[in-house]
Design a protein around this ligand. Sequence first.
Ligand SMILES: Cc1cc2nc3c(=O)[nH]c(=O)nc-3n(C[C@H](O)[C@H](O)[C@H](O)COP(=O)(O)OP(=O)(O)OC[C@H]3O[C@@H](n4cnc5c(N)ncnc54)[C@H](O)[C@@H]3O)c2cc1C
Ligand SMILES: Cc1cc2nc3c(=O)[nH]c(=O)nc-3n(C[C@H](O)[C@H](O)[C@H](O)COP(=O)(O)O)c2cc1C
Length: 1209
Amino acid sequence: MDDGEIVLINSEKCPFISGDGFSAVSDSLSSAENTAENRLLWAPEIDQFQLKNYQTGESISVTGPLPNIYKDCRHHVCTSTLMSLAPHANQNKSNSSNVIDELESHSVDYIRKEAYDYLEIFHKDKNTSEADYKKRLEQVELEIEHTRSYVHTTDEIEYGCQLAWRNAVRCINRLFWRDLTIIDRRDVKTNRDMFKEICDHIRVGYNNGTLQASVLLFTPRARIWSTQYLRYACYEQADGTLLGDPANRDLTKAAMQLGWNIPETRRTQWDLIPIIVQVDPNEPPTWYELPQDLRLEVVLSHADPKYDAAIKKLGLRWVVQPIVCDQAFEIGGICYRCVPFSGWFMETEIGRNLCDIQRYNVIPKLAALLNLDVTTAANSQLNVDRLYLEVNAAALYSFQKAKITIVDHHTAAAGFMKFMKQEAILRGNTPADWVWLVPPISSGMSSLFHQEMLNYVLKPRLLSQRDPWTYYVPFLEHKQNLTLSRENIRSALSTTELRISIHVLYASASGTAQSYAEQMVKRLKITGYNAIITELDSYSFEQTNNTPAVIFIITSTFGKGNAPEGGQKVEQWLQNVTDIGINNSTSNMKHISLHNNPFQSNEINKFPLHWCSYAVCAIGSSAYPFFCGFGKLVDTSFQLLGAHRLASFATCDALNQQYKSYNEWEENTVIALKAAYPYASSREKDIRLSTLSRPPSMSRQGSYVEQQVNLIKPFRPTPSTLIFNTNNSETIPSEPVGLFTKENPYLATVLQNIELTGSDNSINDSGRQDHRALSLSENIQPKKKVTIPSSFTNASSDQYRSVRLIVLDTTDLDYYPGDHVCILPENTLANVNGVITACGWQLGNKLLIAPCSLASYTNGKYQTLRQILTNFVDLTTPLRPHTLNIIATYAKNTNEQRQLMELGKGGQRYTDWIVNSPTVKETLEMFRSIQIPLEELIQLLPPLQPRYYSISSSSNCYPNQLHITVSVVTYTTSHGVLRKGICSNYLQQTLPKLSPDGKPIHSTFPRKPSRVRLFISPNPHFRLPGQDSLSISMTRQMLSGGDAFLPLNSPLLMFAVGSGIAPFRAFWQELEFLEQSQGSVQVERILFMGCRSSSDFLYAKELQSLTSQRGESNKLLTAIIPVFSRENAVVKRYIQDVMLEYEDMIYSILNDDNAFVYMCGSTRSCQGIESTLASILQSCGEDNLTFIQATNLVKQYKQFGRIKQVMFG
Ligand SMILES: Cc1cc2nc3c(=O)[nH]c(=O)nc-3n(C[C@H](O)[C@H](O)[C@H](O)COP(=O)(O)OP(=O)(O)OC[C@H]3O[C@@H](n4cnc5c(N)ncnc54)[C@H](O)[C@@H]3O)c2cc1C
Ligand SMILES: Cc1cc2nc3c(=O)[nH]c(=O)nc-3n(C[C@H](O)[C@H](O)[C@H](O)COP(=O)(O)O)c2cc1C
């Protein structure tokens, strides 16, 4: 059936549309009877129609359903008597038992069409201006295009709720639809807050007895498991009988499966089931007991003492208010699963609840007390009817006595008749379900019994949905273990067809993106999807069979917006097939071809990734100019190559709560995946979902009990069984050979470890030199008077900060000045031992140093638990939220478990917690009930990542050596805890082979010099001119070529801040070496050096000797301009301040096409320098640039490699 077709819920057999009154049916059938499908359907294209009331003889003149709204019936038989209507239009999916999944898997076209339908209704009914209407349509269009969905405004949602009530075919009380109050709480994010809102909702609805119709609206995917807020439990007893309200048998079971319980001896037939809420279908539900003041019930009594006594003896009662929470609300193509609706009772509802045989079935009990015969034999005496009536009377009497709103069925029916007539005038008609509207008591006495009605669907609407516990994965797993029913087999077969392969691809230099990818895979597995993790370059995009696949890419960015290792082949490919360069997301495709895979069809050739749905999460740092450049390239080019973007692209900034942005992306992406592939989730046995072995106990807190129950134990890699090879003792890692990488690092011996700061660092003990002593070029003079430090030796009283020169023996290791070396640090002994003991091991246990099976986890690199803890896992970085969630499942104490799970949400509590940077050891000590096996902990921890250091030596000057300048990180947290950076402190502690003056160290005790694991990370973007192969090829094309770009020929302007001097030391060594072989070239080489005081002026002596040994006209560095930020006690001066004083000189260098600008230091200082360069371009240039134009010019310089940066983060 097509959308838009007008049909009714009917059949030839339907009693309500067959017969004389429906002569129009056959007329209209003639137009539709051509197709077999439509043969039984009735499309009323009549102008006017009479609905007769056979009691009064009156007729209501209706005009039939509105064609553009009414389109949703698929049934060829009348389904009015079904308790739960299958509400959906798409017959192809009618096999699905999950109505909501059907709704949520709607195509964008469906959502758009429904949205337009509803917005039109809203516009017309609310009389909004044409301009506002148009604007809103555009807004929604845009939102749908980008997100495949859209968000309703509060006004839209409010009116939609009212309309859904107005359209509710089975509700008799619709006369009051305009009075419905809507409480919009779509912003609620936690189960706890959901429950709080529910409590408030009960108060609003109760309104001191004058019940108020109201709707509480949560986020679309939230669910309340309770069918109504106030429901009586039903217990299955040992003797096979039921205690309580049988309607709630399954709900009670579900609540008990979640851990709620009442001891058998205290159970009654009137126990209220707790409220069970689930704000997110991917998170476990939580149950909450209602506070005493909200357990609102009316104990029944009767005006006639005879019945009163019997009713009281049975303790009959009912809750004050129906608050229905299992209906979904569909509006404009969007489905809200959680819209609890509070109204008031019609007395027959209470009568039925108490009297229905399948419910409390109180009539036989009342009869026994009243000595009435209600057996079949006594039918003629109508005793059943009498008692039934009296129970209804008792409900009315008791509620009225308690001053609580209630309506009798006659009044309600009259109200409905009024509503129906009003609607005929206002909308032509109203849909109505006779079967449900006619009261169950004395039906013939109600006008509704005699009233003809038309039953059809109008939207917005309320509709049935599956009970959440029927598809809650942990329950299903449990059930599946018990039995694989035929039904399950069938559904398993149908889901297999729709299953799709999901790949999580990562490219990561230092492990961040990789660990997020691992987290994503775990999350997908928990959610029920099987996903495979692969490094980006190892994934084959050459799909020959066009099998659809979902690909999630999580990648970092390096260099100038480039791919990190492991993504560079794909980067090359994407750049080849599209025209997209770094930071250019708008270019078109160049030519498309996948290597070795010529596509047959032209269309496919044009869109080689048409088979793929994808989402990209880019990890990067806004400190760099091409923020998340590679992630952006992947996202844009995938679209160009025909891939379908499944979820929004996200950037996660290392400088701004990266983990939070990642978690949000993961969340949204999983939701989008579920919407697009609801059936693709695997229920295979390898999904390791299990409940906690010990259910948490119930504890009372304040007025209600909160219980986080049935924690899902998140998926963990199957912990390798820990086996020891006690025949072998601790092994020494073998000498690495070949290409040195993170996995196969070079082992370098520490030759020297020298302190660079302090009074020893003075350039010249006697020399009272002003800075001009180092500003050797006559034409480089400050424009204004520069405050010159009085002396290099004037050590300030600044807090001591250690900076070390580490000299390493690196025979046969190639590198260029400007390259980085990556150092793999080691965890401190104290940290390692702390973790070992926190996991219950004795430090002296020999097994800690025996080769063990976990070695395979490190690719055999580290053999023993101690080696693995020392070298392989990160024990210092605070645990990520995801890991805390897993760790929570090891906590034996419920309170600690809850706290850990709260931290695991990654919200504000987590942010507050990590302020102190707790280590793994401290976390285990903080939550002492965590009992986690050491081997499982190891497998949860992220790998210890290498740290970058700019190489501070030239291999030409120091063959077989590599120098680094390490600023030792120590800081105090805002809570006063002293912290030490792992790698810099590790390097500081290394034992050198030689003393600072280069002589072998003589020691009374045997000592071995330390060996440091490292590998080179080439950085062509920061090399000297002529040594940077990439930039030279680019600049040669643009500028006059020749020798202009050889290292010695280019003017250099260098800015170093603190340990940012590191790469410049390599530069000056290299330049000196080149000068010796090639002769000197006189060009400006100016170094600005920012440090706190003269004692921090790193390599000052070396610089001094560099200048002092040469003549005035022969300086390697033509000017060295030190800037001591703290030597002037009153005003701090930074490089930026001094730069302005040299603006003419800086401007002239910037204007020299041969010149290159380098800066190195912290992100903040580099940004400051960059912005000052823009100011100088603005103020010195003759083009009257605005600051923005000048900033853009600086950006261009950076893009062309004229300005180069290394930022330490
Ligand atoms: C390309 C590149 C080149 C680099 N070159 C050099 C170099 O030549 N010399 C050099 O010394 N460093 C250099 N670094 C920095 C170096 O890589 C390390 O980041 C640095 O040594 C700290 O590492 P760590 O292991 O000692 O500290 P970690 O254990 O990694 O701790 C550092 C972390 O501690 C926290 N932290 C630090 N100070 C504070 C504070 N005051 N308040 C709160 N939190 C704080 C921050 O979160 C910081 O990220 C370079 C970095 C990059 C990216
Ligand atoms: C040398 C270097 C260059 C970088 N270049 C960029 C860059 O151009 N753009 C960016 O967004 N981030 C850049 N970053 C930041 C990294 O992408 C960021 O630190 C990220 O968290 C690293 O993730 P990974 O460990 O998965 O590789 C750079 C980092 C370093 C150390």
